[in-house]
Design a protein around this ligand. Structure first.
Ligand code: CMC
Length: 376
């Protein structure tokens, strides 16, 4: 009997030099650097550069990258028109996925000879999507509130500009920093489901936009990126810290998965949680919401005591985005705006030493039979 690796659990399918997840030491390295150190000392732009190029930028390289990125932020009229046509019943993840498709369909360099797999063109596309995604997400958040688009500002960094475009002002530094930390922590995580989906598409030699839209599709699900949105729904369902026990009794009885808890790779805690929890604490103080952290702590305590299942990154980032002012359904698109860096780094890595990803399956359907034998 063939050994089946359901969900590819425990299967090593390739090498990667982009990040290392070590469940034994509960650590995550981007290109060798502990993610906590990057979150404490670098901006998201510097981390994006590191993921793509393998080294942190020099001041000159960073200035060049920032100037380019800031110039690429305004939305093309065609992208705006398509977003405007989408109903407000569409989930924001579908809006983001559609906007990336439109950008891809308008990229004429894809039809140039060798244009799909050219590393320089793909790097330009990666930076373009990195610059465009915040404007797309902010535009969608505002149209859902019946508010006008706020144009990007070239004098602001990635996170300050993102928040400015969404809310109309630049929030306090503490809020910008917490948001930047979340972007850094969400940027990359080796062969997670969405990155693997992007690599599968890339392995067929399809273009970068096709791979990114596949990544967005995979990220949408609540077992992956959709969990940050789902965590907030759980908080709303529970209400207050005193009601956690009752709520959890019923949820566990119904065999529900508790959103924001558990991980395929980490079994003794997600390495990113303490950093994001510290960022959440600063937001709790900034917005004076002790009730929210009481609920957070109580659910974590009971999940640990009763199930020995620990929180993952989506657990602190959900309430952090809520406090920042985003509507709950916008949380997973924020994850897209961060993970575009990891996806595009992996697309480049896959292309650099490509092998078509095509696993096998064990057939367990009916034994061979023939059309002539069927009973009418
Ligand atoms: N709530 C309740 N039980 C859980 C949970 C949870 N969140 N996570 C795992 N379990 C139980 C599960 O029911 C199973 O129990 P049993 O062996 O008795 O059937 C056992 O733990 C193993 O779970 P599994 O689902 O087989 O493990 P997995 O490695 O396939 O799942 C996971 C990992 C992330 C899909 C799962 O923990 C889960 O569904 N968590 C909730 C969704 C979530 O928070 N996803 C975000 C993942 S991390 C960040 C990201 O990608 O965005």
């Amino acid at each position: 009997m063939t050994e089946i690796h359901k969900g590819l659990a425990g299967v090593v399918v390739d090498t990667t030099a982009i990040s290392k997840v070590n469940p034994e030491t509960n650590s995550l390295l981007y290109r060798g650097y502990p993610v906590q150190e990057l979150a404490a000392n670098c901006t998201f732009e510097e981390v994006a550069y590191l993921l793509w190029h393998g080294e942190l930028p020099t001041p000159v390289q960073l200035a060049e990258f920032e100037t380019l990125e800031r110039s690429l932020r305004p939305l093309d009229a065609a992208v705006k028109r398509v977003i405007d046509e989408l109903p407000l019943t569409a989930h924001p993840m579908d809006v983001v996925r559609t906007a990336v498709s439109v950008i891809g369909a308008m990229d004429a360099t894809l039809t140039e000879p060798g244009g799909i797999a050219d590393p320089e063109l793909n790097q330009k596309r990666a930076i373009y999507l990195f610059a465009q995604l915040p404007t797309i997400v902010a535009y969608d958040q505002r149209r859902r509130r019946d508010e006008q688009l706020i144009e990007p500002r070239e004098d602001l960094g990635f996170s300050a500009n993102f928040l400015h475009m969404t809310f109309g002002d630049v929030p306090d530094l503490v809020v910008v920093n917490a948001f930047d930390v979340s972007m850094i922590l969400y940027a990359e995580h080796s062969f997670n489901a969405s990155t693997f989906a992007s690599r599968v598409v890339t392995s067929t030699l399809a273009d970068l936009y096709s791979a990114v839209t596949a990544g967005i599709g995979a990220l949408k699900g609540p077992l992956h990126g959709g969990a940050n949105e789902a965590v907030m729904h759980v908080f709303e369902e529970i209400g207050t810290a005193e009601l956690v026990g009752l709520w959890l009794d019923r949820a566990l009885e119904e065999k529900r998965k508790i959103m924001g808890f558990g991980h395929r790779v980490y079994k003794s805690g997600d390495s990113r949680v303490p950093t994001m929890k510290a960022a959440l604490d600063t937001l709790i103080a900034e917005y004076d919401r002790p009730d929210l952290i009481e609920l957070y702590d109580e659910l974590e305590k009971q999940m640990t005591e009763r199930k020995n299942i620990l929180p993952n990154l989506d657990y602190p980032s959900g309430p952090a985005y809520h406090l920042t002012g985003f509507d709950t359904e916008m949380f997973t698109p924020l994850f897209v705006a961060a993970r575009i860096t990891g996806w595009t780094a992996h697309i480049a890595e896959q292309l650099a030493s490509n092998a078509l990803i095509r696993p096998l399956s064990e057939y367990n359907g009916p034994a061979e039979r023939h059309v002539t034998e069927r009973s009418l």
